[in-house]
Structure formats: structure tokens, C-alpha cells
Design a protein around this ligand. Structure first.
Ligand code: GRF
Length: 211
């Protein structure tokens, strides 16, 4: 590609992963940040970085699919090559997701396939795991179920709480997401019906040290 990768992001919340992506200074154009919540911190972070934003209210749409089509339509209109879900807290209609196969990634705070969905830190503690982590995966219609491309790991100690795990893991998320987006921007990581890294199918998720 003879131009920077065009990236859009969707976020429902505070937007610290978006902030990390912006701060990483990658050779990308962040063309749009969208949200289902007008009050999302992610929108304020984007606006102060001069990135166009859009917030659509799901209540203004008759069905979930109508809302998803509208929001993802805005992403497409912005010319995004890659869509990053960075704390986008909605299940997305399967037909809408299908249009983005291999072009959308999500960051999830667990070592997938463990703990899809919510309360991942609590579930990790309840299971007595000695290790926790975050995953970046390609998005499919299955919630947190697409092919995992990279993971960051942290050790779980006896004194850890949900809050301590969340804050230690967030530091790793802020390294992992820009690393993956950077690898897509450079062409090292790409999708051809499956994830390829340096031209080879991924046998297992990449580690931050692999980038
Ligand atoms: C992160 O923990 C991310 O893994 C999950 O939602 C959270 C978003 O945090 N999908 P932030 O809005 O990026 O601060």
C-alpha cells in the first residue's frame, strides 16, 4: 500500500486503549472514532487529537441490526481499511460483522479462549488461575470468538484483586494493541482466509516479544 493504513476505532468507554494507539505514533491514519455512547471518554480523546468522531444512539434504531448497519456504515464511509474494537461493549449483528472479515480486530481482557464476555478478572481469580492476560483477535460473529493473533500475559499473585489485575493488565493491553495494529500497517500481519504473520499461518498467538 502506498499510503498509510486507514484505521477506525469503536469504543463504548473511557478509551485508554485508543489513547495508547494514538500515542504509539504508528504510521497510520485514524480516520474515525465511533461510539454507541455520546459520553464515552474515547470520543473526547479522539476529538482532542483532531480525529473525527461519531456517536449513534442504539435507541434511535428499530433493531440491533439497523444500528450496527448505520454505525459500521459510517466506518466504511470514512474509508477505513482496518476497524479496531477497543472496548466496544456490544454484540454485533452477524451480517454486519461478515462484511469486515479479516479487517476488524478486538482487544479482550483474558487469555482467550478462556473467559469470553464480561467479568474476566473476577472469573480468572475465581478459577484460581496463576496466569491472566489479554488477547487481540480478528472479529467474527461469535462474541470474543475469532482467531486470536496475539496475547500478553501477567502472573496472578495471592494478593491480587479484580482491580489490581485490571490495572496491571491494562498496561499490557496498551502495548499489545499498538503492536498488532503496527504489524497490520507494515504488512507483517495479514488476513488471507486466516491470519498470516511474516507469510506463515499463525500456529499459536503471537507474544509481544514477537513484534
Ligand atoms: C479493555 O479492558 C479492553 O480489553 C476491553 O474493554 C476495556 C476497554 O478499556 N475490551 P478502555 O476503554 O480502552 O480504557
Amino acid at each position: 500500500m502506498d499510503r498509510p493504513l486507514r484505521v477506525a476505532a469503536l469504543a463504548s468507554g473511557r478509551g485508554s486503549n485508543l489513547a495508547a494507539l494514538i500515542a504509539a505514533g504508528l504510521p497510520i491514519d485514524i480516520v474515525l472514532v465511533g461510539s454507541d455512547k455520546a459520553s464515552a471518554g474515547a470520543l473526547a480523546i479522539a476529538a482532542s487529537a483532531g480525529i473525527p468522531t461519531v456517536a449513534l444512539n442504539p435507541r434511535d434504531y428499530a433493531t440491533r441490526a439497523d444500528f450496527d448497519r448505520a454505525l459500521f456504515g459510517r466506518v466504511a464511509d470514512a474509508g477505513a481499511d482496518l476497524l479496531v474494537l477497543a472496548g466496544f461493549m456490544r454484540i454485533i449483528d452477524a451480517s454486519v460483522v461478515a462484511d469486515w472479515e479479516g479487517r476488524a480486530i478486538n482487544i479482550h481482557p483474558s487469555l482467550l479462549p478462556k473467559y469470553r464476555g464480561l467479568h474476566t478478572h473476577r472469573r480468572c481469580l475465581e478459577a484460581g488461575d496463576t496466569e491472566h492476560g489479554a488477547s487481540v483477535h480478528f472479529v467474527t460473529a461469535e462474541l470474543d470468538g475469532g482467531p486470536v493473533v496475539a496475547q500478553a500475559r501477567i502472573a496472578v499473585g495471592p494478593d491480587d484483586t479484580e482491580a489490581s489485575l485490571a490495572s496491571r493488565l491494562l498496561v499490557e493491553e496498551h502495548r499489545l494493541l499498538p503492536a498488532v495494529v503496527g504489524a497490520i500497517a507494515s504488512g507483517r500481519l495479514r488476513w488471507e482466509s486466516r491470519a498470516l504473520f511474516d507469510g506463515l499461518p499463525l500456529a499459536s498467538p503471537l507474544d509481544i516479544a514477537d513484534f
